[in-house]
Design a protein around this ligand. Structure first.
Ligand SMILES: C[S@@+](CC[C@H](N)C(=O)[O-])C[C@H]1O[C@@H](n2cnc3c(N)ncnc32)[C@H](O)[C@@H]1O
Length: 449
């Protein structure tokens, strides 16, 4: 390939990044949906660059946004959000990437032309040149703003500080960093020790997870195709905290199990690895996400009864036969996994939490009806907000006198309970730098009256 070809493809990665960031700023979908939709328009070898640009801008957004606003005398109008995305990308390249300064500036000026907004070329050039000259001073003047100091939206910093003052620094530091690559070994196919040795034979060093008996942390991320027998389902990429679900619920042979909010099916597959002959039903609302469950299960070589429906609308999917065990991994604010979904820093609003609490409340109270007397329901979120976690469970217990909280150790006696901290109901895990994501678990049992 000629050098000029490479340049044009890199430009196209940048153009696509502008479109994705602009769409996120306009609240038109999450980073993961935008990437899935648009990355096909970039040559495959440039997808890493596209991801670096998009993840990078989202991860650094609170800082970059403050810098950009202080450089502009008037914010861009909504119809020029693509120009604002261009500016954010350039600031990201100038501050965090090895792109030569002149290239970053020239590419942005060129981007204005490609966007057919030639009128903005002078402005873009002037603003970026000023940042080159005065960047350190501008950044230093903004450092005292909480959104810049913590690189998170101010409202989120306030909430973390209110709920978890002792963990604020840990939460912020972990949420601002790339997560480690953690895999789940399919203990049904191979032991963790054997798989770790197989990885080492390939030069891939790993460390065992402290809490999940199936977890291995890779010291350096690799492509999944480099993992031994990945296509045969010997391992899956899954965070260690997420792996705890199936260990806590420990399904056993012949049980009727429900995975109520299932996509992309990480935990669905794990439940089947724990006991391949359970009768598993997986319910998911979004049709496009159902395919992910299917492909995950196909690779692992397992099957489940897959239903696309609102789990809270029992008439739409439930035949009336109750389940022995239920995993309820409800939709949530995902504030424990900001490092994996950094667009949360742009899109998440305080009102979302209130709305999510209502949605969760409806799902949990409906799905509860599908649980057998004496059966178990594991309520899970990847949120750090007590409203979605312990307070949600508290309210549920107040309103459901046939429910009681039981220890997370109940179904898996040998399972160590040193992860996270105990809260008024269940346990809260915080994201940790070299370790697991933020998560919440509470195990409930239906009283047989
Ligand atoms: C936290 S994710 C689940 C992750 C999944 N358990 C895993 O481990 O791969 C929540 C999922 O619930 C789905 N969802 C949201 N509302 C739902 C509803 N009312 N009924 C069923 N699924 C729902 C979302 O589309 C999303 O896929």
């Amino acid at each position: 390939m000629k050098a000029s070809d490479t340049t044009s493809i890199q430009h196209s990665a940048r153009q696509v990044a502008i479109e994705i960031i602009a769409n996120i700023l306009l609240q038109q979908g999450s980073l993961s949906t935008q990437l899935a939709r648009h990355q096909t328009s970039v040559a495959s070898e440039h997808i890493p660059l596209l991801k670096e640009l998009c993840f990078g801008v989202c991860r650094q957004y609170p800082k970059l946004n403050s810098i950009a606003l202080s450089l502009l005398s008037h914010p861009f109008e909504e119809k020029d959000t693509d120009l604002y995305a261009t500016l954010l990308l350039s600031l990201y390249q100038l501050s965090y990437m090895n792109t030569p300064d002149h290239a970053a500036v020239n590419e942005s000026v060129e981007a204005c032309r490609i966007l057919k907004k030639d009128w903005a070329t002078k402005l873009m050039n002037a603003v970026l040149r000023r940042y080159q000259r005065e960047g350190d001073e501008i950044t230093a003047n903004l450092e005292s703003m909480p959104s810049v100091e913590y690189n998170h939206p101010k409202w989120l910093v306030k909430r973390f500080n209110k709920h978890w003052p002792d963990y604020l620094e840990q939460i912020i530091e972990a949420s601002n960093t790339h997560p480690p690559m953690c895999i789940r070994v399919n203990e049904n196919s191979v032991s963790r020790e054997t798989y770790q040795a197989q990885l080492l034979d390939l030069g891939i060093k790993s460390d065992t997870g402290l809490f999940s008996p199936s977890a291995l942390y890779l010291r350096k991320a690799v492509k999944v195709t480099e993992l031994p027998n990945f296509e045969e389902g010997f391992s899956s990429v899954q965070d260690e905290a997420a792996q705890l679900s199936a260990h806590i619920l420990s399904p056993t042979s012949g049980e009727k199990v429900l995975d109520a909010c299932a996509a992309p099916g990480g935990k669905t597959g794990h439940l089947l690895e724990k006991a391949t002959d359970i009768e598993l039903t997986a319910v998911e609302l979004e049709p496009w996400r159902m395919e992910k469950i299917e492909s995950n299960l196909e690779r692992l070589g397992y099957s489940a009864h897959l239903i696309c429906a609102d789990a809270g609308d029992l008439d739409a999917w439930w035949g009336g036969e109750q389940f022995d065990k239920i995993l309820l991994d409800v939709p949530c604010s995902a504030t424990g996994v900001i490092r994996r979904n950094p667009d949360i820093k742009i899109n998440r609003k305080p009102a979302d939490i209130t709305e999510l609490v209502e949605i969760q409340k409806e799902i949990v109270s409906q799905v509860w009806k599908t649980l057998k007397p004496n059966g178990f329901m594991l309520y899970a979120t990847c949120s750090l907000m007590p409203e979605e976690n312990e307070q949600q469970v508290h309210q549920f217990l107040e309103e459901h006198h046939d429910a009681k909280e039981v220890s997370l150790n109940t179904l898996n006696q040998g399972f160590e309970l040193e992860w996270g901290i105990p809260v008024s109901h269940g346990r809260q895990l915080f994201p940790s730098l070299e370790g697991h994501d933020g998560f919440y678990y509470c195990l409930l049992q239906k009283i047989d009256k």
